[in-house]
Write a protein that binds this ligand. Structure first.
Ligand SMILES: Nc1ncnc2c1ncn2[C@@H]1O[C@H](COP(=O)(O)OP(=O)(O)OP(=O)(O)O)[C@@H](O)[C@H]1O
Ligand SMILES: [Mg+2]
Length: 382
């Protein structure tokens, strides 16, 4: 006899995975749903450096076959023990083109025909070569007359305010090159993955780390070669910006200063971070701070520009990406920002074994994208 108590938790769904193919490593997170809860089953990471003849922690630019092979190796890795092929995959932010466009307030169907025409102004390649997606950014205040629910009864002409001025709306426009989509499609197919969506990484991160905060906030994603900055307000992406400097720059700086190999510098970076410990009397944190200062200055510039433009305070900064696993980064960041700084803790959104708490908090920032993807894949099964 099976226990009827198990019904209390609802039916279990199949396990799903989120796959984040970053420039320096592939990350995977496997979740399962039990009742209303998402449960962490396993997670893992595979460095791409060795596939490209560079050190762990360095960014790579690998051809499709090598990525396919690396992903296959990660999915076969016994210690990670991925047991499902139901997946969601991230598209790197750098392979996308995002812009906010101002459009007249028209019914959704009409907007759908207007967007590709408008998109031509912003997209430097023929529209036939990209896949477009968009979403209307809701207004802060109810300045607009709401449109009727039923599109068929909506007037074809744009809504005109009583002042006679045409009402406009901001629309977030996203384009991905078809070649990118087919590249990721091939990588997935060759690994027998049942992929139901590709999602630009920032949207996965947002799902993984955002809370109920409606005020503007910054997501600071420090990867290997780049640091990506995003401002999100009321759960909507408003600003995105890439700095061509990331955690691998810290490694090279350590390598040069100490005259040591890159892989040794990488170990040193991860081991000491910004702690006060000084191997051989030389302070590693001084070297690390040089790179971080540059990034924080840039991030502050973006924050100030947003605050000035919209006359609002950016309420907090969330640190994600492997570079944010650096020991002591939160405290240093806090000194540099006038706003609250938090380390992103994506695993707090799911049920995890207590004995992993410490390690998940430390490595968590790196898995934000993969976790966000898995959460979406899980929702699809509900
Ligand atoms: N504990 C740690 N301390 C300091 N740095 C770390 C630590 N763990 C990882 N890193 C650094 O984080 C970087 C990788 O971060 P992440 O995995 O977020 O990048 P990625 O997703 O591959 O890159 P991108 O998103 O830019 O394509 C590497 O440069 C690595 O050295
Ligand atoms: Mg990344």
């Amino acid at each position: 006899m099976t226990s009827f108590l198990s019904n209390l938790f609802g039916k279990e769904t199949l396990s799903v995975i989120g796959i984040d193919i970053g420039s320096s490593s592939i990350k995977v997170v496997q979740l399962k749903k039990k009742g209303a809860q998402a449960i962490l089953e396993t997670y893992g990471e595979l460095s791409l450096g060795p596939y490209a003849g560079v050190s762990v922690g360095q960014a790579t630019s690998l051809p499709e076959e090598k990525i396919t092979q690396a992903l296959s190796d990660l999915l076969k890795e016994k210690e990670v023990n991925v047991t499902t092929r139901l997946a969601g995959i991230a598209i790197p932010y750098s392979s996308s083109l995002m812009t906010v466009v101002e459009m007249p307030v028209v019914p959704p169907k009409e907007l759908a025909t207007m967007i590709p025409i408008e998109a031509r102004k912003y997209i430097p390649v023929p529209i036939s070569e990209v896949s477009l997606d968009w979403s209307v950014i809701p207004r802060d205040t109810f300045k607009l007359d709401p449109l009727p629910e039923d599109a068929s009864v909506q007037a074809a002409a744009p809504t005109v305010a009583p002042t006679g001025k045409m009402q406009t709306q901001d629309v977030l426009l996203v384009a991905i090159h078809n070649e990118t989509l087919s590249r990721f499609g091939n990588i997935a197919a060759k690994n027998q993955l049942i992929t139901s969506f590709f999602e630009i990484e920032i949207f996965s991160t947002m799902r993984a780390v955002l809370d109920q905060t409606t005020a503007p906030m910054m997501i600071f994603d420090m990867g290997a070669a780049t640091t990506k900055l995003f401002i999100v307000e009321r759960g909507i992406l408003r600003v995105s910006h890439t700095i061509n400097r990331g955690s691998q720059n810290i490694t090279s700086a350590i390598s040069k200063s100490f005259g040591i190999e890159v892989d040794k510098a990488e170990v040193m970076k991860r081991h000491f971070g910004l702690t006060d410990t000084t191997p051989d009397g030389v302070n590693v944190s001084k070297i690390i701070i040089l790179t971080l200062d540059f990034l924080f200055i840039e991030a502050n510039r973006i924050i100030l520009a947003y605050e000035k433009k919209y006359n609002k305070n950016v309420s907090k900064v969330l640190l994600v990406g492997g570079g944010s696993s650096l020991k002591g980064i939160e405290a240093l960041a806090q000194k540099n920002f006038q706003t609250e700084v938090y380390g992103g803790d994506p695993f707090s959104k799911v049920v995890t074994p207590a004995f992993l708490d410490e390690i998940l908090k430390q490595t968590g920032p790196q898995f934000a994208v993969a976790l966000g993807l898995a959460l979406r894949r899980l929702e699809e099964q509900a």
